[in-house]
Design a protein around this ligand. Structure first.
Ligand SMILES: Nc1ncnc2c1ncn2[C@@H]1O[C@H](COP(=O)(O)OP(=O)(O)O)[C@@H](O)[C@H]1O
Ligand SMILES: [Mg+2]
Length: 237
């Protein structure tokens, strides 16, 4: 079984005003390709810290962190940001789209990092826009879209780089219940299609959609449990 991520005895300490905060105290977990993980826990338990490490926004204080087969625990800032830009798909609560760019351009953003787009990459961006149901909105700008549509753009953008996994930080935190259902349905379908998803949420009914729930408490893994097989999702084109 191939691993999308392997976290081995990872600690993270922050020093703030001379005091050391132990945000992660030795976390070990493996995420196989195709998994769908919800990371849950009280405020301050270390969820964001863990997500930041997986997203190469930061480095562990100690321990080992592998993405695929690549050890990212000791990389330079430059290499970390290269990996972040080219191999991690992020979805945020606040969408984080670029307001001046169109839907299609926003989806293409992670590819600009590597220079000019090839014809094949352009086709792929069109395809992804269609997959998230925005084929007829390619020239719209983020302000001309609903919250759910903006999150769809972010999901398409998260996929352009063939990421190790999609990292979603409270992806439905700003959405109403109907739109939340739509977005969770889309994530279900992507997972069915083989994409690995790691999501932070504090909502039980959102976490219930994942295959596995990892609960953190005070920087430790409190529990790590697979859930009963949920109902199959259908990809809608
Ligand atoms: N940049 C930072 N500097 C100092 N302490 C931090 C920093 N980021 C997080 N912390 C502390 O680390 C602990 C875990 O925080 P965090 O990972 O944000 O938890 P969660 O996302 O579960 O709310 C908390 O005690 C928090 O105050
Ligand atoms: Mg947090």
């Amino acid at each position: 079984m191939k691993l999308a991520a392997s976290v081995q005895q990872v600690t993270k300490e922050y020093v703030l005003d001379g005091e050391t905060v132990r945000a992660l105290r030795g976390v070990t977990l493996e995420v196989p390709e195709g998994d769908y993980v919800a990371v849950m826990g009280a405020s301050g338990s270390g969820k964001s810290t863990l997500l930041n490490l997986l997203g190469c926004l930061d480095r562990p204080t100690s321990g080992k962190l592998l993405l695929g087969e690549d050890d990212v625990s000791q990389l330079s800032d430059d290499r970390l940001s290269e990996i972040r830009a080219s191999r991690i798909g992020f979805i945020f609560q606040s969408y984080n789209l670029i307001p001046q760019l169109t839907v299609l351009e926003n989806i293409q953003v992670p590819l600009y990092y590597q220079g000019r787009l090839t014809a094949r990459e352009r086709d792929r961006c069109h395809e992804l826009a269609g997959m998230v149901g925005l084929a007829d909105r390619l020239k719209h700008r983020p302000t001309q879209l609903s919250g759910g549509q903006q999150q769809r753009v972010a999901i398409a953008r998260s996929l352009v780089n063939d990421p190790y996994f999609i990292l979603a930080d409270e992806p439905t935190g700003n959405l109403d219940s109907v739109t939340t259902e739509e977005i969770l349905g889309l994530l279900d379908a992507l997972n069915e299609a083989g994409k690995t998803i790691i999501m932070v949420t504090h909502e039980d009914d959102v976490g219930a959609r994942a295959k596995r729930i990892i609960r953190l408490r005070d920087g430790n893994v409190l529990s790590d449990a697979r859930q009963q097989q949920k109902r199959k999702a259908v990809i809608r084109h």
